[in-house]
Design a protein around this ligand. Structure first.
Ligand code: RB5
Length: 150
């Protein structure tokens, strides 16, 4: 599995914690920035990560900003991206099982490093259920994209 990672200045303090976790787990990743604490726009990094997942360069994406909200709003504008904004382990697990989410957004101002790792771990290790009803619902999301996205 290859993970695309992106953050803005509001999420940069969690970044080393996440990258250490990925390294320890032997999970390959691409870091799309940002790379310092200077104020920057979350849009750029969310778009890079979302495109990396959409284009198949990476299998899943993880995004950090202050709240996770801006990142998730941008990522969900990219066709094929189902970005879940999660701050608890149950939701992270369920969004994989039920929604086949391929990107996750978290807020550094919402969760601490310990909980973040638990959430990310649930997201990366839970497979889509492949239940017919969940496949049907994800297909309906894709149908909306076909109608509304370029
Ligand atoms: C930056 O101050 C903050 O607005 C950003 O990180 C994010 O929380 C936006 O949704």
């Amino acid at each position: 599995m290859k993970v695309a990672f992106g953050c803005d200045h509001g999420g940069i303090n969690l970044k080393p914690v996440l990258l250490k976790y990925l390294q320890e787990k032997g999970i390959e990743y691409i870091d799309y920035g940002c790379f310092d604490t200077a104020s920057t726009d979350y849009n750029e990094y969310a778009l890079k990560v979302a495109n990396a997942v959409k284009d198949g360069e990476c299998d899943k994406g993880i995004l950090f900003c202050g709240t996770g909200i801006g990142m998730s709003l941008v990522a969900n504008k990219v066709k094929g991206i189902r970005c879940a904004h999660c701050h608890d382990v149950f939701s992270a697990k369920m969004t994989r099982l039920h929604n086949d989410a391929n990107v996750m957004a978290l807020g550094e101002r919402v969760v601490g490093p310990g909980l973040m790792i638990e959430i990310v771990d649930a997201f990366l290790t839970t497979e889509f259920s492949n239940d017919a009803r969940h496949i049907r619902r994800v297909e309906k999301i894709k149908a909306i994209e076909e109608e509304n996205f370029k």
